[in-house]
Design a protein around this ligand. Structure first.
Ligand code: ARG
Length: 602
């Protein structure tokens, strides 16, 4: 909140100064990142680097500009109220220090707020936009394996959804399952060959291993021309709505869904299935509308749009194919229909104002193309936004694709079970070392939370754009930037609270004159929480929350090691216990945002 107010006031002063010099046109560029966190704590709470750019515009020495700008800022009453000092540094930076009482008032208000200071967006957005955000994530493909890439999408997408929910957006979590396409021709043909071609019987089939089934039918499709021919005919039948084909298709989808749902249930992921097939009725009008707007061109029989600024390896313009030569639609057609639907108003639409897609980096070109065409066709309303949230590959510790020791791809179920098994092993060893007894239920629950939490956290704490190396040892370690470390810090705080027999209220928090450095560090760190959340809302990088939490825990642990709490006199004790409470609240809320359950003891 302080940050927002300060930014507003700095913007005002910047505008004044530009106006005075007849350079108002530069404002929009200069206001970007006008104030940032200080690069070093000693420098102050924030810094402002705008004077370096201003010096180029005004053609004056940057330090002189800084001086003038500081004088202007000091005349602003709100700034004077917030800031202890504004100081020029280096070639012309401005270091900003906040007043102690400003920080303390803010910390008191966060202590008393059950959202730990995270503001809600205003429900009535003044631009007349809905506040509905669609997060398109997970999205595995029917009868194919749900692989680690889908796991990453699931974990990142869930966390992004939670952050938007906390901020007060209406979030529609969509599973854009690959449940349509030519592969169903071969799958259904295989189903009829292996099991039954009888309408009644089809509904009762139970395929034990869908992934194996997929592989087998693919093998036949590639090797048997007669099978291939029947498969192609089957696609036509399915598309024309043949009852038997539809029934077989539904069966395949149902059985895949059961497998996906087990993973979602384990990881406590809420998501609504709306697969590619949902958009079938809207595909034709995608083509019609693009034709009408004269965007579509024909190239070697296919209908496509040539993309601006995108070329293939030979430097030729890249087309986005929207209708194939044989008249069939593809992945891109479906995504175009989906964008249109999602921004449209009901009944044939979701009325979203932002769509976020979480997939691996390999689909970046696909989405760039789809977004470009949707913009050309004016299907993305003004002020509405689409974002692709790409992520890198999950690799083994050898830097290669994640595989079992036998060289097979690892199944998600096995991977998650393994994390829980190892967490349990660690826990049992710890219990033995500490000579502690815990019952079965405690052990099972604790290892489940640590195991799943570790996998999720390992994924989220990486800068998602880079590849990351999956290591059970690292993610389960109690030291370092891991879920166990955060969970343990929370348990430690709750332990302090248990030792305290003194009743107090958050309203009893009184202004005390803090002298201790690590106490101030903790206060400042706690006050950064809202900025982190708001920056993720903008840039969709959940790893920032992880980094923040790691630093918060380190700051807290240092505070706890250096600053007495329970031994202190009443006022100080209350204020320090309240800082513990706010740290615990921030941690709990954040772990919830990362989809990680917390523990009272571990
Ligand atoms: N099913 C796709 C895959 O497994 C991901 C779909 C992502 N969402 C979308 N709207 N295209 O790669």
């Amino acid at each position: 909140i302080i940050f927002k107010e300060l930014t507003k006031q700095f913007e005002q002063s910047l505008l004044d100064s530009l106006e005075k010099n007849d350079k108002k046109g530069e404002f929009e560029i200069l206001r970007k990142n006008l104030i940032t966190q200080s690069s070093k704590e000693e420098f102050g709470d924030y810094q402002c680097n705008v004077c370096l750019s201003l010096s180029k515009i005004f053609k004056k020495n940057p330090r002189d500009i800084s001086n003038d700008f500081i004088n202007l800022l000091k005349k602003n009453k709100s700034i004077a109220k917030l800031c202890k000092s504004l100081e020029i540094a280096g070639p012309g930076f401005i270091n900003i220090k906040l007043k102690d009482e400003v920080l303390i008032n803010e910390i008191i208000s966060n202590i008393q707020c059950n959202r730990a200071g995270i503001p809600l967006i205003r429900k009535d957005l003044d631009r007349g936009l809905s506040n509905k955000v669609i997060v398109d994530f997970s999205s595995p493909n029917i009868a194919k394996e749900m692989h680690v890439g889908h796991l990453r999408s699931t974990i990142i997408g869930d966390s992004i959804s939670r952050i938007f929910e906390l901020r007060g957006y209406e979030v529609l979590r969509l599973n854009h399952v690959g449940d349509w396409g030519t592969q169903f021709g071969m799958l259904i043909t295989q189903l009829k060959d292996l099991y039954s071609n009888d309408l009644e019987e089809i509904g009762k089939i139970k395929i034990s291993d869908l992934v194996e089934f997929y592989k087998e039918s693919k093998k036949r499709f590639d090797n048997e021309s007669e099978f291939q021919k029947r498969s192609r005919e089957e696609v036509v039948k399915l598309q024309s709505g043949d009852i038997k084909s539809i029934k077989a298709w539904k069966l395949l989808c149902d059985q895949s869904r059961q497998e996906f749902d087990e993973i979602y249930k384990n990881l406590k992921i809420k998501i609504e299935e709306r697969g590619e097939s949902f958009y079938n009725p809207f595909l034709k009008s995608v083509i019609d509308d693009l034709n009408l707007k004269k965007i579509l061109v024909e190239d070697q029989g296919a209908k496509c749009v040539f993309l601006d600024g995108m070329t293939n390896k030979e430097g030729k313009p890249l087309p986005l194919i929207i209708q194939k030569k044989d008249g069939g639609f593809n992945y891109a057609t479906t995504d175009l229909a989906a964008i249109r639907y999602r921004f449209n108003k009901p009944p044939n639409g979701d009325d979203a104002s932002r769509i976020i897609y979480v997939t691996d980096h390999g689909q970046a070109n696909h989405f760039a193309g789809v977004f470009q065409v949707a913009k050309k066709a004016k299907w993305i309303p003004e002020n509405c936004q689409v974002d692709h949230v790409p992520f890198g590959l999950v690799q083994g510790i050898d830097g290669k694709k994640l595989k079992t020791r036998e060289g097979e791809t690892i199944r998600l179920k096995d991977l998650l079970n393994e994390a829980v098994r190892r967490a349990k092993e660690d826990l049992l060893k710890r219990l033995e070392d500490e000579d502690r007894y815990e019952n079965e239920e405690f052990i099972a629950n604790t290892s489940r939370i640590i195991g799943f939490g570790a996998v999720k956290y390992a994924d989220l704490s990486q800068n998602r754009i880079t590849n990351y190396q999956f290591s059970f040892d690292k993610m389960l370690s109690l030291n370092g930037n891991t879920a166990p470390y955060l969970l343990y810090t929370l348990v430690r705080i709750l332990g302090i609270k248990r030792k305290n027999d003194f009743v107090y209220d958050s309203k009893d928090f009184q202004y005390v004159n803090y002298e201790n450095k690590s106490e101030w560090k903790l206060i400042r760190k706690l006050l950064k929480f809202d900025e982190v959340i708001i920056s993720i809302e903008k840039d969709l990088m959940p790893n920032r929350l992880c980094n923040y939490l790691f630093e918060l825990c380190q700051t807290f642990n240092r505070f706890y090691d250096q600053v007495p709490i329970l031994k202190e006199e009443k006022n100080i004790k209350i204020s320090r216990l309240n800082l513990c409470d706010l740290t615990a609240k921030t941690l709990k809320l954040s772990l919830e945002l990362l989809g990680i359950e917390t523990l009272e003891r571990m």
